[in-house]
Design a protein around this ligand. Structure first.
Ligand SMILES: NC(=O)c1ccc[n+]([C@@H]2O[C@H](COP(=O)([O-])OP(=O)(O)OC[C@H]3O[C@@H](n4cnc5c(N)ncnc54)[C@H](OP(=O)(O)O)[C@@H]3O)[C@@H](O)[C@H]2O)c1
Ligand SMILES: *[C@@H]1O[C@H](CO)[C@@H](O)[C@H](O)[C@H]1NC(C)=O
Ligand SMILES: *[C@@H]1O[C@H](CO)[C@@H](O)[C@H](O)[C@H]1NC(C)=O
Ligand SMILES: *[C@@H]1O[C@H](CO)[C@@H](O)[C@H](O)[C@H]1NC(C)=O
Length: 321
């Protein structure tokens, strides 16, 4: 009821931005578009079945902490063999140990690998080929963030974020595709972010990398449709992880994680989405609403981003006084 009211009020407000003709047209055909969407969603989900985690081989990037670690735990619990990769070797060993404790009848392969380093990624695929010679799913989760205004940001950070989040993930995909194509109904999960839909201030380089991922994988999905490879794009909001500690930049402002979901809960939702073969995963009704309004009435949401930016700039000014 609350959301219905919000939708209604936003449409009325939005009508004054877009002009009444667009508004009336959209409102009239909205139910038809909605039903068509339901039809195509069903079609996709039907062709994505049957598929289960049991005895599959899954590569998870960035599995040393946070969401990736929780995903590794859940994959093995569901009977999948996993290859886990990240740069911090010791933390990765701990995760591998935890996975073996959760399920001792699956294989857990840990590979120390910086996905932004092409030769390390190549080496990892050599190891995957000799150990399994098979991949049913890749989870592109490794990522870094930032938290400062662009004018204060060292430009190398913008490049570094792109190297890891975008070039790293797409390079892994390039090398994984021949293996993924050997099995029917293989999966690719991309851990994007709600910031890949609505960019908020202090995240220029991060938002760019997440938008790039979306463009890349939407295009790739149309190429891979004939091979029945299902790409799921997930847009989590705040998740309680180590992302704050791992932020790049000289003085990154911390994310407020007070109303964040746990990484376990996040991983559970992602695992269900992979299993079904969802096109995309939005975590809350608020996020779904944002997705809808952003597409139809872009000015509306942009205004909130400006307001938020203004608040941050004021905060920075106070801090410097
Ligand atoms: N936390 C949130 O609120 C949130 C919200 C939306 C989306 N996300 C996305 O979720 C993903 C996971 O983040 P998280 O929140 O779980 O943060 P996290 O705890 O910092 O985990 C990030 C993981 O990525 C790995 N990683 C970073 N750079 C890497 C590289 N060059 N090569 C290989 N692995 C690398 C890290 O391991 P090493 O440092 O050991 O390499 C770590 O395991 C990211 O893509 C992030 O953008 C997070
Ligand atoms: C462990 O993995 C096997 C498949 O190798 C699976 O059958 C089983 O359900 C998994 N789960 C647990 C908790 O053992
Ligand atoms: C990705 O692969 C290309 C070609 O193999 C390489 O030139 C580039 O450096 C790689 N980038 C990253 C970040 O791994
Ligand atoms: C990439 O990894 C290799 C092997 O670990 C290392 O020798 C090389 O210095 C790395 N390259 C970069 C640019 O970090």
């Amino acid at each position: 009821m609350v959301y219905f009211t919000i939708i209604f009020v936003s449409f009325v407000i939005a009508a004054s931005f877009t002009g009444p003709l667009v508004f009336v047209f959209f409102t009239l055909i909205y139910p038809v578009l909605y039903l068509a969407n339901v039809y195509f969603r069903r079609k996709r989900l039907n062709s994505a079945q049957p598929w289960s985690f049991n005895e599959k081989v899954i590569l998870i990037t960035g599995a040393s902490s946070g969401i990736g670690k929780s995903l590794a735990h859940l994959c093995v619990k569901n009977g999948a063999n996993v290859i886990i990769c990240a740069r911090r070797d010791e933390m990765l060993s701990n995760v591998a140990e935890e996975c073996r404790k959760i399920n001792d009848s699956v294989k857990v392969l840990k590979v120390k690998c910086d996905i932004a380093n092409e030769s390390e990624v190549s080496q990892m695929f050599e190891i995957i080929k000799t150990t399994f010679d098979r991949l049913d799913c890749i989870i592109l989760n490794a990522g870094v963030s930032m938290g400062e205004q662009f004018e204060d940001t060292d430009y190398s950070i913008i490049k570094k974020i792109m190297d890891i989040n975008y070039f790293g993930s797409t390079n892994v995909t390039h090398k994984a595709l021949p293996l993924l194509k050997n099995n029917k109904k293989s999966r690719i999960l991309v851990v994007n972010s709600i910031i890949g839909i609505i960019p908020i201030p202090l995240r220029t380089g991060y938002a760019a990398s997440k938008f790039a991922l979306r463009g890349f994988f939407e295009s790739l999905q149309s190429e891979l449709w004939k091979d029945e490879i299902f790409i799921t794009m997930a847009y989590p909001g705040s998740v309680r992880t180590e992302i704050n500690q791992n932020r790049l930049g000289s003085n990154p402002r911390e994310l407020d994680l007070s109303d964040a979901v746990s990484s376990e809960e996040c991983a559970r939702i992602l695992i269900e989405g992979i299993s079904r073969g969802d096109k995309e995963i939005l975590f809350t009704n608020r996020d779904k609403l944002i997705r809808l309004i952003e597409g139809v009435y872009p000015e509306l949401l942009a205004y909130f981003a400006y307001a938020k930016a203004k608040k941050h700039v004021d905060l920075d000014r106070n801090k410097n006084q």
